[in-house]
Design a protein around this ligand. Structure first.
Ligand SMILES: [Zn+2]
Length: 345
């Protein structure tokens, strides 16, 4: 009964405000003024956000489970500081998946909430990127780059890139320039991945001693490339507009491929952490809570400030737009009132 009720409320692209429309998606939209309860109910009925929500919410549940139930005991998370970068990485994936699924569920409450939901989404992605750099900084660096000037600067630069990514992704939403957002996140990904790519390509010294880890890293690179191509090209809806409105549009594949890439990334890093442990600890100091979770939480706080600035801009902008619309309506009413008086005279 709920699905019938909710399906009846679905709207076409021409019935909703422009900022809610997705290119090549013609139907299946929820109302732009949904209540919180109808948003929650919409997760259990067919609309064009149903799969976007579930693909990341199930991934969130999965990673939360392996973090707290499986790896916690298996890898001695409670007593081994060497696992801190890995723990921060898994926590960042959980955060990213939870924020993304929440954004997809509640973005139809109002136009303001729509934008703010995705500001949080972009921030969570840039935090995930930072946590990836943190983990790579400790577990995956090739021997020839270990403790080089590049290695020394790698993590500090990744902090700056993460903050820039959040800023540019939010700004890209305001100016409706999707390529700016794609470029910002691609730059972060390429910067983070360079040492791993270098190691996988050149396999110097003992860098490829554990082929299982290299295999997962290569899978991760392939899946991430597919993810970016799907996201950027909007395939398959670009070749058959309106045919993939509910199931099968590019954003759903983007979620699925990125989740699989996260899984391969995790497996590859766990293998490196275990098999390169003695070598890494002979070259690097033991990680601390402060230089792992502490830094990421600090950047998260700065990200919240960036979100706050963009959200207040959106709030004020829409207030002034509404005021202008009201003034316009009053002017029309006033002019039509004057015309009537003149006619009566
Ligand atoms: Zn998404």
């Amino acid at each position: 009964m709920c699905s019938e009720m909710c399906a009846a409320k679905l709207q076409r692209a021409d019935q909703i405000s422009e900022s809610f429309r997705e290119p090549f998606i013609f139907s299946g939209y929820r109302s732009c003024h949904s209540s919180v309860s109808s948003c929650i109910l919409s997760a259990f009925s067919w609309n064009n956000e149903t799969f976007n929500f579930w693909t990341h919410f199930i991934t969130f549940l999965y990673f939360s489970w392996i973090f707290t139930q499986y790896l916690w005991h298996e890898l001695r998370f409670d007593v081994d500081p060497f696992t801190y970068p890995l723990q921060v990485f898994i926590a960042s994936i959980c955060l990213c998946m939870l924020v993304s699924s929440t954004a997809h569920l509640f973005n139809c409450i109002s136009e303001r909430i729509h934008h703010i939901c995705f500001f949080f989404d972009y921030s969570a992605i840039s935090i995930y990127g930072l946590a990836t750099c943190l983990m790579y900084n400790v577990y995956i660096f090739p021997q020839s780059l270990m403790n080089s000037a590049y290695h020394e600067l790698y993590f500090p630069i990744s902090v700056v890139i993460s903050l820039l990514c959040t800023f540019l992704a939010c700004a890209a939403r305001l100016v409706k320039w999707k390529m700016l957002r794609i470029s910002a996140f691609s730059t972060q990904y390429l910067f983070c991945s360079f040492p791993l790519l270098y190691r996988c390509v050149f396999c110097e010294d003992h860098d490829c001693d554990h082929p299982g880890a290299i295999q997962f890293h290569v899978y991760q690179f392939i899946l991430c490339t597919v993810t970016v191509l799907v996201y950027g090209s909007r395939f398959p809806e670009v070749v058959a507009p309106g045919k993939f409105d509910i199931v099968g549009h590019s954003h759903q594949f983007f979620h699925i491929f990125s989740s699989l890439a996260n899984y391969c990334q995790l497996r590859g890093n766990i293998l490196d952490m275990q098999h390169r442990r003695d070598y890494l600890l002979s070259e690097l100091p033991m990680p601390t809570l402060f230089n792992t979770a502490g830094v990421v939480v600090g950047v998260l706080m700065l990200n919240l400030i960036i979100i706050g600035i963009f959200s207040s801009f959106i709030w004020e902008n829409m207030d002034s737009r509404k005021a202008k619309q009201k003034t316009g309506i009053l002017t029309i009413l006033w002019q039509s009132g004057n015309n009537n008086i003149l006619k009566e005279e």
